[in-house]
Design a protein around this ligand. Structure first.
Ligand code: PGA
Length: 235
């Protein structure tokens, strides 16, 4: 694991953008694994800026998002479809057909999970996967206790997670209870992983990641067994 400590959120975003830039220059048809939440907003802003400066293009890129809420329409402002459209996709030249986000409205959620996992495999696998980390150590929506062998699956969101995400909803009661998430094994199959964490509330999770052993009680700890992970963090 490579640890990069930064002083500001902006510095974290620029360093992460440098990793994406390197990836896209080396392989313009990269398969990117993307994340939502507060951590990557600055990174996406910077990627849009560099795209507009013609440093790189998204025209050959394929993307797979980590997760989506169950029961939330893609058109709803609280969906991760909307988040991605707002912060990245509407501002760059990515082909609509190359964007993949789990369908939380699929009539058969189990089939949707299998379909998503197969699409990732058919694309040749994820070259660079972006992650945040939950205060409880979740990655994607893989909450404590999730099997390290998990593939894309339906998850029940932890109370901590619903509380943290309630800032995006009118009330905590309206935060969905379920989501579809790439599994821990799905994430581990990415060739390279970057995890972003900024702010005091994330530092306990970062300290645990540094100090504790590998255990399903702390999902991010599994990343210690991945050969190419960079953690960019600060308080
Ligand atoms: P955040 O969420 O980027 O909004 O802090 C990260 C996560 O919970 O995985």
């Amino acid at each position: 694991m490579r640890w990069i400590e930064v002083d500001t959120y902006q510095e974290m975003s620029l360093k992460a953008a440098d990793c994406f830039e390197q990836q896209l220059l080396q392989k313009p048809d990269s398969v990117l694994g993307l994340a939502t939440g507060g951590s990557p907003i600055g990174l996406y802003e910077e990627l849009v800026k560099r795209y507009k400066q013609r440093v790189f293009s998204f025209s050959q890129v394929k993307t797979f998002n980590l997760d989506e809420y169950v029961g939330v329409s893609p058109a709803d402002v609280t969906s991760y479809h909307s988040y991605m459209e707002e912060h990245l996709f509407s501002q760059v030249d990515i082909e609509k057909n190359d964007i993949h986000i789990p369908n939380g409205l699929a009539p058969n959620l189990q089939e949707e999970c299998v379909r998503y996992e197969q699409l990732i495999l058919q694309s040749g696998g994820i070259d660079l996967q972006l992650l945040g980390i939950g205060v409880n150590g979740h990655i994607g929506f893989n909450e404590p206790g999730t099997s390290f062998q998990s593939k894309t699956h339906v998850v029940t969101l932890a109370d901590d997670t619903r509380a943290a995400n309630s800032i995006y909803f009118p009330s905590k009661q309206e935060v969905p209870e379920y989501a579809i998430s790439m599994g821990i094994e799905t994430i581990m199959q990415a060739k390279e992983i970057i995890l972003l964490a900024f702010g005091e509330q994330k530092m306990r999770a970062i300290e645990r990641l540094k100090q504790e052993g590998i255990s399903e009680d702390f999902p991010a700890s599994r990343l210690k067994e991945h050969p190419n992970v960079t953690i960019i963090y600060g308080r």
